[in-house]
Unconditional design. Structure first.
Length: 259
């Protein structure tokens, strides 16, 4: 297993509650693919309970075994699921505007299955788990939609296991940057430190430093003081491992974007 060289319990300093900003509610469900694919009647059912919040960098949204209090539907940003041991961490999956955090509720679980940390900041709508759990009992279309996402997340996790074991740090870095770029809405730039990327990939920071320099010298990205700019997206796709394309196709098959 690749490790970051840091104790797992020192990775995330923040707690989920302090500093969370409550924002005016969003009634446009297109910000989240999972919500956007629901029937209007189900959206109307959820709307009064949805609370719009910020997702702060390094914010901890869950630990293995911790009670699930809210289910989050990101509008932007990236929340990473991490497997942690004493020697370090490695990402098993990432969640953005295509899905939700707290998906375990659809399987009847009451506690989180993984460490969840906000890697790229953004916004989300969250709903109290008590309300969602009750609604799932009486609303089969909502349960079905959530289970579709769970299916995609399983594929994501399986692919990550293969990717972590077989592909180079450069291929995996290019894949992660592309997925982050997608979930951030493909802006010109987004914030990501080398230390954070190393944490996600489960490698030491010097390895990421070499990769960032290589990608920059190839004019695929620009990197400066924790800010990434994608310069040549097509070239970055060619530098990435095949897992990026596999996951994109799986998402479109399982949770196609609403027309």
């Amino acid at each position: 297993m690749r490790t970051t060289g840091r104790p797992a319990d020192s990775v995330v300093p923040d707690s989920p509650a302090p500093g969370t900003a409550i924002l005016p509610p969003v009634r446009d469900f297109r910000a989240n693919r999972l919500l956007a694919g629901l029937e209007p009647a189900v959206q109307t059912l959820l709307a009064p309970e949805l609370q719009r919040v910020t997702l702060r960098p390094r914010q901890l949204l869950g630990e293995p075994g911790s009670p699930i209090e809210h289910v989050y539907f990101p509008h932007s940003g990236v929340v990473c699921l991490l497997a942690a041991v004493r020697e370090g961490t490695v990402e098993t999956a990432a969640i953005g505007p295509e899905g939700c955090l707290g998906f375990e509720v659809a399987l009847g679980a009451q506690r989180a299955s993984a460490r969840a940390i906000v890697q790229l900041p953004g916004e989300a709508s969250r709903v109290p788990v008590s309300f969602l759990r009750e609604t799932l009992r009486s609303c089969p279309p909502l349960r079905e939609r959530l289970l579709h996402f769970v299916r995609y997340l399983l594929i994501h996790s399986f692919q990550s296991a293969v990717c972590n074991g077989l592909h180079t740090v450069q291929e995996r870095s290019a894949k992660w940057l592309l997925m982050a770029h997608d979930r951030a809405g493909r802006p010109d730039t987004f914030q990501l430190t080398q230390e954070s990327l190393a944490e996600m990939l489960g490698v030491h920071r010097p390895s990421v430093t070499v990769v960032a320099r290589t990608l920059q010298n190839a004019h695929l990205i620009r990197y400066s003081r924790g800010v990434i700019a994608i310069v040549d997206r097509r070239g970055l796709e060619q530098a990435a491992c095949q897992c990026y394309g596999t996951l994109r196709r799986a998402l479109e098959e399982i949770l196609p974007a609403p027309g």
